[in-house]
Design a binder for this molecule. Structure first.
Ligand SMILES: Nc1ncnc2c1ncn2[C@@H]1O[C@H](COP(=O)(O)OP(=O)(O)O)[C@@H](O)[C@H]1O
Ligand SMILES: [Mg+2]
Length: 385
């Protein structure tokens, strides 16, 4: 590989485990939570939080950022903050979570023979030795809570049972309140709950830009291509998927020896992560649909993340002439585009008032789709003849 084709200069910063220094579009939440924790902890009062949101809405990034910022803030009241992050997905039992907690206060117990209350006693001793505002982040806590955990109850009552200042952060995709016992539920009142909305397209563009600046060589990507990735990821509002697409597209660009990220690399990445277009689906398309899709593919294969509908209509007309087919009315052309949109093959973006729509196809490389369609159209013409 020539040095010029290196795009991913810090690939590890696109990894889901990397915690970015800034979280665009989550700053208001971060500021709010930071303030609430500071105020409570400075008064010596623990603060519990239930954070919910869909996949890739930034829950894990937000709580880890919050914990790191609180730890960095130094003393809050009497003590500094000390956070322990535990992903409960694979360790969905009170005992295994407890062992992790013990390890965080410097005690390592063998995983056998101890009851939960014995472990709590050991935790108490550990906490006494290193007094701090303990922040316990229980990520992916659904299974743990649904199994009827006692830990949430015990830890949220930490002060009463002599465990000192211990704040709980429960993170899950769904609301866990219905699965908690009544006393625990009361620890998660209205101001102790936060639900993250899915990211919209603008937010995804900002997130992609902030991460591309860390991971990719300067000048190797532009706003337009990040906008294309955001468009693909927007229906799920999922930043993780958006970043995975960015990483895969950058790898595709490197593999192709390109010196910058182009729309075709994004389509290649999309097609390989989530293939949505199958030959069978093309099989089901009408000749009109195949023709319009071919015109789109040919336009996009030359360049760009989308093509203005006016321009597309002109190149489609030229294509019909080339294929020797009848002309298509404006109405039929639009109906066909709408059908392709409904089938998830193209995206139509209506710009600001009066502007013509932008037509995009992000599902697979346009050059590849064009070849498939040419074959198919060729065959159907032969059949007709
Ligand atoms: N606001 C943001 N700014 C930058 N990166 C973000 C932001 N939100 C999420 N990410 C990144 O997106 C990916 C998924 O986020 P994550 O916090 O793991 O989502 P969740 O835990 O809700 O599934 C991670 O790589 C994370 O760093
Ligand atoms: Mg997560």
């Amino acid at each position: 590989m020539t040095p010029a084709s290196r795009l991913l200069i810090r690939e590890e910063t696109l990894d889901p485990s990397y915690l970015p220094p800034k979280l665009p579009h989550r700053e208001p939440e971060l500021t709010l939570l930071f303030r609430r924790y500071r105020e409570a902890l400075a008064r010596g009062v623990p603060f519990h939080l239930l954070l919910t949101g869909g996949v890739g809405s930034g829950k894990t990034a937000l709580v880890r950022r919050l914990a790191a910022d609180l730890e960095r803030a130094g003393r809050l009241g009497e003590f500094p903050a000390k956070a322990t992050y535990i992903n409960c997905w694979r360790r969905a039992s009170d005992r295994t979570v407890m062992l992790d907690l013990l390890r965080s206060v410097g005690v390592s117990l063998p995983d056998r023979g101890y009851s939960l209350s014995e472990m709590l006693d050991v935790l108490e001793q550990g906490v006494r030795r290193s007094p701090a505002h303990h922040l316990v982040l229980l990520d992916e806590a659904s299974a743990l809570v649904k199994q009827g955990t006692k830990l949430v109850y015990l830890l949220s009552r930490a002060r009463e049972v002599g465990l000192g200042s211990m704040s709980l952060v429960l993170v899950a995709a769904e609301d866990l309140l219905p699965f908690l016992d009544a006393p625990s539920r009361s620890s998660f009142g209205v101001t102790h709950r936060l639900a993250l909305a899915p990211y919209d397209r603008d937010a995804l563009v900002a997130i992609l830009a902030s991460r591309a600046e860390l991971a990719l060589r300067p000048g190797s990507f532009d706003r337009e291509v990040l906008g294309q990735i955001a468009r693909v990821a927007a229906p799920g509002g999922d930043a993780r998927f958006a970043l995975e697409l960015l990483a895969n597209a950058a790898r595709a660009a490197e593999d192709a020896g390109a010196d910058s990220l182009a729309a075709e690399h994004v389509r290649r990445a999309k097609g390989s992560i989530l293939p949505t277009v199958s030959e069978t689906q093309l099989e089901g398309l009408s000749t009109n649909q195949l023709g319009v899709l071919l015109a789109i593919s040919r336009s996009l294969k030359r360049r760009g993340t989308s093509v203005p509908s006016q321009k597309l209509r002109a190149s489609h007309a030229a294509l019909l002439e080339e294929l020797g087919g009848p002309k298509m009315s404006r109405t039929t052309f639009w109906r066909t585009l709408k059908e392709l949109e409904r089938d998830g093959l193209v995206t139509l973006d209506t710009g600001a008032s009066g502007e013509s729509s932008q037509v995009a196809m992000d599902e697979l490389p346009a050059s590849f789709l064009a070849t498939l369609l040419e074959e198919r159209l060729g065959r159907s013409r032969v059949r007709k003849a």
